[in-house]
Write a protein that binds this ligand. Structure first.
Ligand SMILES: [Zn+2]
Length: 307
């Protein structure tokens, strides 16, 4: 299989201040690793440029205006207690969205079979009109809306395996029956949402809350529910909100997954995707804060996409 790898140097300039877990090195370790592997089936690509309307289909116009005016000329600014931006964040936030657009177009145009976007800032906590939890624009949500609008798809599934609940993605698609959102996450935990009673207006949301301490075995067994719901929904395209902070070494959460579990869950999803949507999957980086665990886990995830 050919896998697209979409990334940009602009993420190097999204400075969140010293000691912040969502740091520049997160993308650097991933990119250095892929450079070293030099796999011929990995197709490197830059983010696409896009029109502002594309953001307006997902976020409120006032919110976008507010964000565009928020980037400081020097130093750092706070969008919320832990969402910090610097002058270079302006280009990085746009490129993070442009990456998922490039990835989707590449899959639709058969340039590659599936794709991984190594981006920052992450997106799944960003709501229609609110930045939070290191997230500014909801990259995966903008990509989903793009599939519905540009490619006229009627069924898009988002699988969010980040250890935190994607409150932003749930907020954006709560009343959209064309979108299935399934999330596995530590619960109760940040951001507070993600109970299994939050089901969306059309029963299009499925939350799989799991306790702190969840092991590989318990996680993969819970993941069978995700596969079952995907199979019932028969999506035309699958997007991953790919957070790797469920790893046992992650400093921000208390799951006990090993790096190779990300290979396993990707393989199971890909096998299902082959039967329902020709294997069309685009994966976007969300969390993952232990640099070595992140590098290894992404490596396993992409290895599976390449098979
Ligand atoms: Zn997370």
């Amino acid at each position: 299989m050919k896998t697209g790898l979409i990334t940009s140097n602009s993420y190097q300039n999204h400075n969140t201040g010293s000691g912040h877990p969502e740091k520049i090195d997160r993308v650097t370790v991933i990119i250095n690793n892929f450079n070293k592997l030099n796999n011929k089936n990995l197709i490197w690509k830059k983010p696409s440029k896009f029109k502002r309307e594309l953001l307006e289909n997902t976020h409120n116009r006032d919110y976008i205006n507010f964000i565009e005016k928020s980037f400081p000329e020097k130093g750092l600014s706070f969008l919320d207690g832990d969402t910090i931006i610097s002058p270079g964040s302006k280009e990085a936030t746009v490129d993070a969205v442009g990456s998922i657009i490039a990835a989707i177009d590449g899959v639709q145009n058969k340039e590659f079979h599936n794709a991984f976007c190594a981006v920052r800032p992450p997106g799944h906590h960003a709501e229609k009109n609110k930045a939070m939890g290191f997230c500014i624009y909801n990259n995966v949500a903008v990509g989903t809306q793009y599939l519905l609008d540009k490619y006229k798809l009627n069924k898009v599934a988002i699988v969010d395996f980040d250890v935190h609940h994607g409150n932003g993605t749930q907020d954006i698609f709560y009343d959209n029956e064309k979108v299935l959102y399934i999330s596995t996450h530590q619960y109760p935990f940040y951001p507070g949402t993600g109970g299994d009673d939050e089901r969306g207006k059309y029963n299009n949301i499925f939350n799989v809350p799991l306790p702190a301490g969840t092991t590989s075995e318990k996680y993969l067994s819970a993941y069978e529910f995700v596969l079952k719901k995907l199979k019932e929904f028969k999506p035309e395209f699958i997007l991953f909100s790919a957070g790797f902070d469920a790893h046992e070494n992650d400093p921000l959460a208390q799951f006990q997954l090993k790096s190779k579990d990300f290979y396993e869950l990707t393989k199971r999803t890909l096998s299902l995707a082959k039967s329902c949507c020709n294997g069309k999957i685009v994966s976007v980086l969300e969390g993952g804060y232990d640099l070595n665990a992140l590098k290894e886990s992404v490596d396993y995830h992409v290895k599976s996409l390449l098979e």
